[in-house]
Design a protein around this ligand. Structure first.
Ligand SMILES: [Zn+2]
Length: 328
C-alpha cells in the first residue's frame, strides 16, 4: 500500500525550529519575497508603483524604503493585513507556522502561550490569519460545470442554551421559543476534486439563492434528504441520499461535504468551544481553506497564508480592535 502523503517527509517541509532560528532579517526577507513576488522579490512603492526605491533602515534596524517618485516611506507590511505590527516579523512567521500545522484549528489561548503574548494579541492575530485564508475562499466565483459533481450540506452552529440545574426548571430546547436566536446554519458547497465554499444563513432554505449563484448549470449536485434542497431540482441534476438508509447509495453520497463539517465541528469542540456571531463565517472559511490545502506540504501552506496576508489590505475588523473596544 502506498504511504499516505501526510505521513511522508514531503509533507513536512518547514519546522518550527527553523523559523525560531531565523534572524529578524531572514524572517523579513521571507515577507519581502512573498509580498513582491510579482517583481522578483524586489520592493516597489505601494503608493505609486514606482520601482526606484531606497532602503533606509530606522535607528532600531526596522527596514523602511523611500520611493524616489513620490518620496513616501513604506515598510514591508505597509498597506497589508499586518500593517502597524508591534511584534517582530519572525513572531508573525512563527504564528503562521503554528496555525498552519494544526489541522482542525488553533486555540487562541494556546497560541498566546506559544508566542508568549497576551491573549488579546493572539486573538487578533488569529483572526487576521483567518481573514487572509478567507480571501482565497472568497475568490471563488463559480464552482462546477458540465460533467462536474458538487455536494451541498448544512450544519448548525452557535446558540447553545445551557440546561437548567434542577430538572423541574429544564425546558425543551428543541422548541423555537426556548432558543436564543443565535443559531445559524453553515451551508457548504464542495466540488468533488475541487474547491470548498461555505456561507452562513439563518436556515438552509435561505441558502438556495447562494447555491444557484455559485454552482454552474450542468453540475450534478449531491445532497441529503432535507426538504430545503428540493427547489434545486428545477435547475440541476440532483442525487439525493437518505442518511437514515445509507451514507452512499446508487451513486449518491455527500461525504465530501460531511468531511468539511467533520473538520469544522472538531475545531469547534476541541479548540474554539463557541463559534457563533459575526465571525462564524470566518471560522467556516478557515475550515474550507484547511480542507482544500490538506494535502499541501506545511511549508507551502505557510507561504500561502503569508502571501495572502501580504496581498490583503489592513483588516477592517481587527485593525485597532482592542483600542476601539476600550474607547467604546
Ligand atoms: Zn511612490
Amino acid at each position: 500500500m502506498p504511504q499516505h502523503f501526510l505521513l511522508s517527509s514531503a509533507a513536512r517541509s518547514l519546522t518550527l525550529g527553523s523559523v525560531a532560528r531565523m534572524s529578524d532579517g531572514e524572517a523579513e526577507a521571507v515577507f519581502v519575497r512573498l509580498r513582491w513576488a510579482d517583481n522578483k522579490g524586489e520592493a516597489y512603492c505601494p503608493h505609486c508603483g514606482c520601482t526606484t526605491v531606497y532602503m533606509a533602515r530606522r535607528p532600531n534596524g526596522a527596514p523602511r524604503w523611500r520611493c524616489k517618485a513620490c518620496r513616501k516611506d513604506f515598510s514591508v507590511t505597509s498597506g497589508t493585513l499586518f500593517a502597524f505590527h508591534k511584534m517582530p516579523l519572525r513572531s508573525y512567521l512563527m504564528a503562521i507556522a503554528i496555525f498552519a500545522n494544526e489541522v482542525k484549528g488553533k486555540s487562541m489561548l494556546a497560541l498566546s502561550r506559544d508566542l508568549g503574548t497576551q491573549y488579546k494579541t493572539a486573538f487578533v492575530l488569529a483572526h487576521k490569519m483567518r481573514e487572509a485564508m478567507s480571501a482565497e475562499v472568497r475568490s471563488v466565483n463559480t464552482l462546477g460545470g458540465e460533467g462536474r459533481e458538487a455536494e451541498v450540506d448544512g450544519g448548525y452552529f452557535g446558540g447553545y442554551v445551557k440546561p437548567a440545574n434542577l430538572r423541574e426548571n429544564r425546558v425543551d430546547r428543541r422548541l423555537r421559543r426556548n432558543q436564543n436566536g443565535k443559531r445559524k446554519v453553515v451551508v457548504v458547497i464542495r466540488e468533488r476534486d475541487g474547491r470548498t465554499l461555505p456561507g452562513v444563513f439563518r436556515n438552509e432554505i435561505d441558502a438556495a439563492a447562494f447555491i444557484r449563484r455559485k454552482v454552474a448549470v450542468g453540475t450534478e449536485i449531491h445532497a441529503d434528504e432535507a426538504g430545503s434542497w428540493n427547489e434545486l431540482h428545477a435547475r440541476y441534476t440532483m442525487h439525493r441520499i437518505n442518511h437514515s438508509e445509507a451514507y452512499s447509495l446508487d451513486g449518491a453520497c455527500s461525504n465530501w461535504a460531511e468531511s468539511f463539517f467533520s473538520r469544522m465541528r472538531r475545531g469547534e469542540i476541541g479548540h474554539h468551544h463557541h463559534i457563533a456571531g459575526p465571525y462564524l463565517v470566518r471560522f467556516a472559511q478557515e475550515a474550507a481553506f484547511r480542507e482544500d490545502h490538506r494535502r499541501d506540504p506545511n511549508g507551502s501552506q505557510v507561504d500561502r497564508i503569508a502571501a495572502l496576508a501580504m496581498a490583503n489590505k489592513p483588516s477592517v475588523d481587527f485593525c485597532g480592535y482592542w483600542q476601539r473596544s476600550r474607547a467604546a
